[in-house]
Design a protein around this ligand. Sequence first.
Ligand code: 1CP
Length: 339
Amino acid sequence: MRQAGRYQPEYRALRRERTLLDIVRDPALCAQVTVLPVRQLGVDAAILFSDIMVPLGPVGIDYTLEEHVGPVLARPVRDAADVRAIGRLVPHRDLPYVLESVARARELLGPTPLIAFAGAPFTLASYLVEGRPSRAHLATKGMMWERPALFRDLMARLADVAAAHLAAQVEAGAQAVQLFDSWAGTLSPAAYDEFVAPAVSAIFSALAPLGVPRIAFALGAGELLRRLRDAGADAVGVDWRVELATAGERVGPRTALQGNLDPALLLAPWSELERAARQALDQGVRHPGGFVFNLGHGVLPNTPPEVLARLVSLVHAYPVPAARPAPRAAPRAGDEERR
Ligand code: 1CP
């Protein structure tokens, strides 16, 4: 989830001098910002400091990240000419600073893994078509229903951008990828299947040969968990609207779970936070597909960093039951002779 950000006094101080995109374009600084939460909180992995909009500038989208708002476009993507103007991403040419940041962060992190991320096609499309953050995504859904072929073209172009961006980050050293489909939960399952799942599958298929874990996160998308698995996710992010035990039943034993603490609990009395964290751990560690303790969405800006650090210690102190021996693999041809 978002690990670096406004809850950190150091980040706020840095942002008084530099914009978010200044930080992203300065690999030495970006690597430091990426590593800071690992050093301060003791979390077990870093996520590269960036934003889902970063690969869209080079493919022709003119946007700004507005203070306290988010991505705002100079001109929303509304018609066929706008969609066709979205080009292909060539990461080594277009985003050399991101690849350099990955390499530098890896050097600073030592054995701690680095997660690369990208925005998923529907979530990116919602910023592009609405032109700014939106709750109802009406213009985006409007394009989907009124101009389905155009919308599918948009999804396919954004899938190409995300796949190229993620693959290049893995080649530069990232050890896992996370696809953020923050707004897919606003879709009906039928609309997701028809318009979005093919694009998400294309991304995960393109990444399969790289052999890194592929994590899919969608907010408010309990009904989509199985679909994220079917699109090729090795792990699914779960938010607090679905219990981890239920999420585990939905995805089955071969897909890992990640989540699912409500970030608002970090502002609650410690006893409440502890109770909810233990409940997540109790359920998560029983899931045979594996479990990554995490928040159900990004850290809220008014979160006290020391509460996050205390939560990390609680998770690390939790007694994880010894892994059950893996079921015996079926004998393979040739096993008999070797015995
Ligand atoms: O270090 C890290 O943890 C990486 C931080 C990170 C991530 C994972 C940032 C920096 N952005 C993102 C991804 C991102 N960006 C998502 C997907 C994850 C999620 O659902 O939270 C989304 C939807 C965005 C778009 C975006 N960028 C918003 C949300 C707007 C909305 O629709 O509500 C905002 C506010 C931004 C700006 C931004 N990006 C990142 C930060 C820390 C900030 C805010 C603070 C700042 O401007 O410095």
